[in-house]
Design a protein around this ligand. Structure first.
Ligand code: GCB
Length: 605
């Protein structure tokens, strides 16, 4: 319950991004935020801390770190309500201002706001953040946590990622000082109810305000700034005619302008952009605005050189330009909610998004060898009875939906990536999670989880919970390696089995891919060569085109990305169709030809 921070006629947002002081917390030494952090190290914010130095101890650090800076508060703002906004702090943060603890947040991919009026003065103030990057069996993502002792008997923390990306950490997104009036708009919920035939919509708008007020004005403006609807109740339905729909790659955004009036004066005003569109999964199709949509696109990561998982808006813009040039229309926020800035950009650009929680690693000991894992998948395993992530899982569902509920770009909630849904206990774990997501989403978007290759048709215990089947499959890579003929046969058989078992559920691939070293070539179709990656995608495309209910292909991955160390990874995961610096591999050229010839709508039927 928190609006995206923007300055308005009544609000002032001041960036605290820039160079902060930084230090690792050494084993056995707790820093005292009452005194200034004594360090000569600095870090840029927002960004991961890992790749900003040439110090291996910093890059590989597991445990606690400290960030600190001074900031100025103009005297004219001190009569207002002041908060510090963190776009994210990965993974757990304790925030101190002038030495006083003002709040704590756990979960590395969602924002939080902390009130600070009681502890600040006009002029210079100091903010200190103690950050933990520890992960274990209670957190999302899930980590394998262990401890050893150093030569002085102090505890040393270790985290082994139970997932395939590097555990980047830091103040990853914008940090801002937000000044609002004391009577302020808390939240805005927008839920358009569209009649597609008549091109009219009833836009339900619910505004919550922190305090009493005399009057509220809601205006809906179109892209030309013309007022097309008005209301004067915090809970209103505003009817619009000649509705401009938000379409994939044809975005149209209205503005909901909210003004709160008290004693004849405007006390707060805020504008929330929104799009009008419908989404529905039914009869083996995925409908956007009533028409069968075909997903073309990627699983991505927030992952760039130096910034790590820190927000990188130039890369966001470039990535969406590359995506559009490819003829793609969509991506998944694998494997955590991306920055709010990216969601707003996708709203504007008409990019269709599957929004995913950080629930990744919900399976017994992750390693890179899926074929090995397949061999042991049937063994009795108490995993779901032992795991302790329920609380964190509910929290991330709440925080993700609360933040992203109004975004037109979001068409599906992904509750988890590759959980062990082939094991006993998974249905009992997931049923309440799906129930919660469906209850919280005002727009009642379709929900899914992303299914792992071990959990084939008939074996999976949670498919009844999903509106659309989202499968990650690696025929021709982790199994049938180098044998695309057998891969095609096995893949087709599996897809037909799913279609037969669940004829009403549309099916899509949310991952398929092959590691490829840019510049490596082979006349013999060798795995890791650019030729193999092209042929792998050709094989997949032929199978997809045979399956009626197959409604989308999101490959793995948009770009090469950094991972933890492992003997199957050489400087990270190389399944990108672009390199980490976004140069195309041969597959990008082939796929762009395929995707540019596939329409967004009515491809299958
Ligand atoms: C998966 C995971 C993804 C990995 C990918 C791979 O199934 O969802 O996080 O990076 O496979 O390349 O192995």
């Amino acid at each position: 319950m928190m609006l995206f921070p923007t300055s308005t006629a009544t609000r002032t947002v001041t960036s605290l991004n820039g160079i902060w002081n930084f230090d690792l917390q050494q084993p056995g030494r707790e820093n005292n935020p009452q005194t200034k952090l004594s360090t000569d190290k600095v870090m840029a914010v927002p960004a991961s801390f890992n790749d900003q130095t040439v110090d291996e101890d910093i890059r590989e650090h597991s445990g606690y770190v400290w960030y600190e800076r001074e900031f100025e508060i103009p005297a004219i703002l001190t009569d207002q309500r002041l908060t510090l906004h963190f776009g994210s702090a990965t993974h757990e943060a304790w925030v101190y201002v002038n030495g006083d603890l003002i709040g704590h947040h756990k979960g590395g991919f969602t924002p939080f706001d902390l009130p600070i009026n009681d502890v600040v003065e006009a002029g210079t103030n100091r903010v200190s953040v103690k950050l933990s990057n520890l992960l274990d069996q209670t957190t999302l993502p899930v980590g394998n946590y262990s401890e050893t002792k150093d030569e002085n008997g102090n505890i040393v923390h270790h985290v082994d990622e139970n997932f395939d990306f590097f555990n980047y950490a830091g103040l990853h997104r914008n940090v801002e000082l937000v000044a609002t009036p004391w009577t302020y708009i808390n939240d805005i919920i927008i839920n358009p109810d569209v009649n597609l035939d008549e091109e009219i919509a009833d836009v339900n708008i619910a505004v919550s305000v922190s305090d009493d007020y005399d009057e509220i004005k809601i205006k809906i403006k179109d892209e030309d700034g013309q007022t097309v609807g008005e209301a004067s109740d915090a809970d209103s339905v505003i009817s619009l005619s000649n509705v401009h729909l938000w379409q994939p790659l044809g975005a149209y955004l209205y503005d909901a302008e909210i003004t709160i009036i008290k004693d004849g004066n405007t006390v707060d005003t805020y504008t929330e952009p929104f799009g009008i569109r419908t989404v529905e999964a039914k009869d083996g199709q995925f409908l956007i605005n009533g028409k069968p949509f075909y997903f073309k696109g990627f699983g991505k990561h927030e992952d760039t050189y130096v910034n790590g998982k820190g927000i990188n808006e130039a890369y966001n813009v470039l990535d969406l330009n590359l995506l559009k040039q490819m003829g793609a229309n969509s991506f998944r926020t694998s494997h955590y909610p991306y920055s709010e800035e990216m969601m707003r950009l996708c709203d504007r650009e008409g990019i269709v998004v599957i929004d995913e929680t950080p629930a990744v690693g919900l399976m017994p000991a992750f390693n890179f060898d899926i074929s090995g894992a397949m061999a042991s998948a049937d063994k009795k395993n108490p995993f779901w009875h032992d795991i302790d992530t329920q609380e964190a899982h509910k929290q991330v569902i709440e925080e993700m939906i609360s933040r992203d509920k109004n975004h037109a770009c979001v068409v599906i909630w992904s509750i988890a990536n590759e959980p062990a849904t082939f094991l006993d206990g998974s249905y009992e774990y997931f049923a309440p999670m799906f129930e919660l997501a469906r209850k919280l989403d005002p727009q009642k978007r379709p929900c899914t989880f992303v299914n792992i290759m071990l959990s084939t048709a008939g074996k999976d215990r949670c498919t009844d919970l999903v509106d659309i089947l989202a499968l990650n499959r690696y025929y021709g890579w982790y199994i049938n390696t180098g044998d695309l003929k057998t891969a095609a046969k096995d893949q087709e058989a599996e897809l037909r089995a799913w279609q037969e078992l669940y004829p009403d559920k549309p099916i899509m691939f949310t991952e398929f891919g092959a590691d490829t070293v840019a510049g490596m070539h082979s006349a013999y179709n060798e795995p890791f060569s650019e030729e193999y990656q092209v042929n792998y995608y050709k094989m997949n495309a032929e199978v997809f085109d045979k399956i009626d209910n197959f409604v989308g292909e999101q490959l793995w991955n948009f770009a090469d990305f950094q991972t933890k160390f492992g003997i199957q990874r050489v400087q990270g995961n190389k399944k990108g169709i672009f390199t980490r610096s976004r140069e195309p591999k041969a597959a990008a050229i082939w796929l762009s030809q395929r995707w540019n010839s596939i329409p967004n709508f009515n491809y299958k039927k």
